[in-house]
Design a protein around this ligand. Structure first.
Ligand SMILES: *[C@@H]1O[C@H](CO)[C@@H](O)[C@H](O)[C@H]1NC(C)=O
Length: 225
């Protein structure tokens, strides 16, 4: 009996380690995330809550009807529903966001290192796009579209993408991402707002900029959303 248990644990551990590049595929109906290992039964992604203690609330999130505050330098706000705010998402390979855009606000160029994103516009008009990885000839191709209410667009995993509100009214979009924890790298913040700062010399060469401009950019207040 004990041997069978150990074998199961070993197989689960192996399965989890093989699947590390993406969220592991679920090996059971659900695996509600829990921080206290004492209340956990086994490990797969985050600890799994003992199924006997699981409640409907573990699969529930309230509040995506409430707009985020877009009063910030970029004029957008992302409300995230991921494994940290909805523990039942653990190991299921999916999450969700609401994005609010002030008139002419934008969700600046960023990538999700672990997820593809599918977005639907429910209010307003967005100019959206993504850029490919470096092509054989060294170029990076831009794919863009203007989206209206009801339009859907996909941003492939890992690629730099953005959405900008090109209308005079606020815009709202919802999106699903193919990871319980997609991660976000906002390009400008990561490059110019890194702590401690990247040597300005390095950035001056990379961006073909005067070092003074780089230093000035590094002194900006970088908000992340
Ligand atoms: C987004 O909106 C929430 C809720 O209004 C607010 O607490 C948060 O500070 C906002 N984030 C940014 C980056 O403005």
């Amino acid at each position: 009996m004990k041997g069978a248990y150990l074998l199961t644990v070993a197989i689960l551990a192996l399965a989890a380690s093989i699947a590390f590049a993406y969220d592991p595929s679920p090996l059971q109906d659900f695996c509600v995330a829990i921080d206290d290992p004492k209340q956990a039964l086994f490990v797969n992604g985050k600890f799994c809550k003992n199924p006997k203690l699981v409640k409907a609330e573990d699969f529930f999130f309230r509040g995506l009807n409430i707009p985020g505050n877009t009063n910030n330098p970029v004029g957008s706000n992302v409300t995230t529903v991921n494994v940290d705010t909805l523990p039942g998402l653990n190991t299921l390979g999916i999450s969700f966001v609401r994005i609010d855009y002030a008139p002419y606000g934008e969700n600046p160029p960023h990538t999700h290192p672990r997820a593809t994103e599918i977005l639907v516009v429910v209010e307003g008009t967005l100019y959206v796009g993504f850029v490919t990885s470096n092509q054989k000839d060294g170029s990076n191709l831009l794919f863009t579209k203007v989206l209206n209410k009801g339009d859907v667009f996909v941003f492939p995993i890992g690629l730099i993408h953005f959405q900008a509100n090109v209308g005079k009214t606020p815009a709202v979009a919802f999106a699903s991402l193919s990871s319980q924890n997609p991660g976000v790298i906002t390009i400008a913040n990561a490059v110019f707002g890194a702590k401690p700062p990247i040597n300005p010399n390095v950035l001056a060469k990379a961006f073909r900029l005067d070092e003074k401009i780089v230093v000035k950019l590094q002194k900006q207040f970088w908000t992340s959303n």
